[in-house]
Design a binder for this molecule. Structure first.
Ligand code: ATP
Ligand code: MG
Length: 220
């Protein structure tokens, strides 16, 4: 399966989600390729920290790709790996569009804060345009960095659920410090100690729901 984690908003948690998805899938024994398609190269930096922390045992393969090279490279590499996870930058770039033309799944994290509202329409437009070239693309939104007792979450969920182009994934990732503590060491949240059992449970639930919904989605 080829998953692009993207959107048109910076800092929504794309790299955090992409790196953890890669690590969780690799832990299940799957052969994972993590593609850093963002010129900021955060997934590549993360993987360097990981290389140091685990003395070379990264568990997945990382490549840096950008622009239209993504299209040709992923078509070939997709055959070799069980899963390809592509981390894109927070803008509508050639890299993000090239990734989407070869992807099965588009996953868009949204942080439930007021300004993010404006980006949903842009992402819907992008999905519509890409589907002209790649009609099999399945798109999902997920709430990330949800604060405990946030009064806005309900209305945010309703807003995302109303989208006709992007399916809302009913799994929330909370705003939890373990994400940044783990990231600076190149670790998945399942590897960091002391363990944050709630964060791990949320992420496991999210990934399982994503896989189920990809299988059962009526999109396409
Ligand atoms: N669920 C979460 N809980 C707490 N912190 C989080 C969570 N998700 C992401 N973060 C933090 O938010 C910041 C931005 O996350 P990240 O770098 O993954 O976003 P991004 O969408 O990849 O950003 P960019 O658009 O710059 O590529 C990071 O400091 C990260 O540790
Ligand atoms: Mg990023």
């Amino acid at each position: 399966m080829i998953i692009t984690v993207g959107g048109t908003k910076g800092g929504s948690g794309k790299t955090t989600v992409a790196t953890n998805v890669a690590i969780f899938l690799a832990e299940q024994g799957r052969k994972v390729l993590l593609v850093d398609a963002d010129e900021q190269e955060t997934s590549a930096d993360f993987t360097e920290f990981r290389h140091d922390t685990f003395e070379g045992f990264v568990g997945y393969t990382l490549v840096k790709l950008n622009g239209d090279k993504i299209y040709t490279s992923i078509r070939d590499l997709g055959e070799v790996f069980s899963d390809v996870v592509i981390d894109t930058g927070g803008r509508d770039t050639i890299s993000q569009r090239a990734s989407l033309t070869v992807s099965d799944v588009y996953l868009v994290p949204f942080v439930p804060r007021s300004f993010e509202m404006w980006t949903l329409a842009k992402v819907e437009k992008l999905v519509k345009e890409v589907r002209l070239i790649n009609p099999k693309l399945k798109s999902f939104s997920v709430l990330n960095r949800v604060e405990a007792r946030s009064q806005y979450v309900e209305s945010w969920m309703e807003y995302l659920k109303a989208s006709e182009d992007i399916e809302f994934l009913d799994a929330q990732l909370g705003d939890r410090v373990v994400y940044s503590h783990a990231a600076i060491r190149g670790m998945g949240i399942n590897e960091y100690k002391p363990k944050d059992a709630t964060a791990i449970r949320e992420f496991t639930d999210f990934l399982q729901k994503l896989m189920e919904r990809v299988q059962n989605s009526k999109q396409v």
